[in-house]
Ligand binder design. Structure first.
Ligand SMILES: Nc1ncnc2c1ncn2[C@@H]1O[C@H](COP(=O)(O)OP(=O)(O)OP(=O)(O)O)[C@@H](O)[C@H]1O
Length: 372
């Protein structure tokens, strides 16, 4: 089990901290955040290549905060791969196990399996310089995993790979986590990768831990505007507190009640995920607690499995809607057509606005249309 407790570190002028997170044996914790937010810096501090200014890192109960890097026995796939160019692929793969003086019979079965699954068996005698980008990435992944580490740190491990290989490796990671109790600290920009692999998610913004929790909570209830925007939530509308648990949100049709968490300041944002905006027919009977908006579809984009729509409400608000592409055909949705959408009360939630007074938290807000 990995426990990071109020970890702070300094890289040049950049300060990271304080970060606290955990990952149990066999779990994956994904670290997300915009470029330059400190994700690789966090990995460097856990790995031991960057000194820790304060805080603790524990692995299986052992405090490794000040342990020399080579005694931590961690698997590491750096963003720039860090393969040894003068060694063959096979010698790169054996490097960690040999450095730890593991006998070949101990590490070879896992290594052979990883080689087979990643399809690099024909590359073993090649030099790193002669490999393609995707081949190097697979070699670096196998190298990070081959010595059967307790914890593996993966910095953007699957970026140069095609979709089908990436998915295959995602499943491989799941297998290794389950079979060997492999614990993973993963840095990624890819939200679907984080949702697939991770049990928990931490979002870093400007070196600060903005939110951390189980992945569905972070997904369903981003705690602040920067997290929401980073996670791709577009439907955010300014709202004002007008009474206990009541907000006025002109863009979403007026007054709404916030039942889960009261708004303690004046300024907040009401939010709804694109996939929670419901498509309705103009003559659909009203539903309890659902806010209806009429307007016009401005754009309709068929992405294959799913579709993205832009809907301009009569109030002027723009809503992004995500639905299955079959729905497009069912309702014959096209840009320029008028339409009606529903905002289910349980899917509307309040978000803390940076720079403004804060909401009371945890974020269990549920908003519903208020009949006044
Ligand atoms: N050794 C260093 N000296 C000075 N500045 C550094 C050093 N290492 C990192 N930084 C700075 O710290 C900030 C965070 O860098 P870091 O690599 O951790 O970000 P990141 O979130 O991993 O970004 P990306 O997604 O682009 O890889 C950046 O502004 C970077 O330039």
């Amino acid at each position: 089990m990995l426990e990071i407790d109020r970890l702070a570190a300094q890289a040049g002028d950049f300060r990271l901290g304080e970060v606290s997170l955990t990952a149990g044996a066999g779990e994956c914790h994904a670290v997300l955040g915009p470029s330059g937010s400190g994700k690789s810096t966090l990995l460097a501090a856990v790995l031991g290549t960057l000194p820790v200014a304060s805080g603790r890192v524990r692995l299986a109960g052992e405090d490794i905060t000040r342990l020399p890097m080579e005694q931590r026995h961690l698997g590491y796939l750096p963003q720039h791969l860090g393969l040894f160019p003068h060694l063959s692929v096979l010698d790169n793969l054996r490097y960690s196990a040999r450095a730890r003086h593991l006998p070949e019979r101990e590490y070879r079965p896992l290594l052979d399996r990883l080689v087979e699954i990643t399809g690099i068996g024909t590359l073993l005698q090649r030099r790193i310089a002669n490999l393609s980008g995707g081949e190097r990435q697979r070699v670096a992944l196998v190298r990070a995993l081959a010595a059967n580490p307790r914890l593996v740190l993966l910095d953007e491990p699957f970026t140069a790979l095609n979709e089908s290989l990436r998915r295959e490796l995602w499943w491989l990671m799941k297998d290794l986590q389950r079979e060997r109790g492999l614990t993973v600290l993963l840095v990624t920009h890819d939200l679907s990768e984080a949702y697939f692999l991770a049990d928990h998610i931490t979002v870093l913004i400007d070196g600060r831990q903005e939110q951390s929790g189980d992945k569905s909570t972070v997904y369903r209830r981003p705690a602040s505007e920067p997290v929401a925007r980073f996670l791709g939530l577009k439907n955010l509308y300014p709202a004002h507190r007008v009474g206990a648990g009541i907000v006025d949100c002109p863009a979403l049709g007026g007054r709404l009640v916030v039942t889960g968490a009261d708004v303690s300041g004046d300024e907040t944002l009401l939010a709804i995920r694109a996939e929670h905006v419901a498509l309705r027919q103009a003559d659909d009977p009203p539903r309890d607690g659902e806010t209806r908006l009429t307007g016009r579809f401005e754009a309709v984009l068929d992405l294959g499995e799913a579709a993205l729509l832009h809907f301009r409400a009569d109030s002027g608000a723009l809503l992004e809607i995500r639905c299955g592409s079959r729905v497009l055909r069912k309702y014959d949705l096209q840009a320029g057509k008028p339409g009606t959408v529903g905002l289910p009360a349980s899917d509307l939630f309040a978000i803390r606005r940076r720079g403004a007074s804060e909401l009371s938290w945890p974020p269990t807000a549920q908003a519903g249309a208020l009949t006044l």
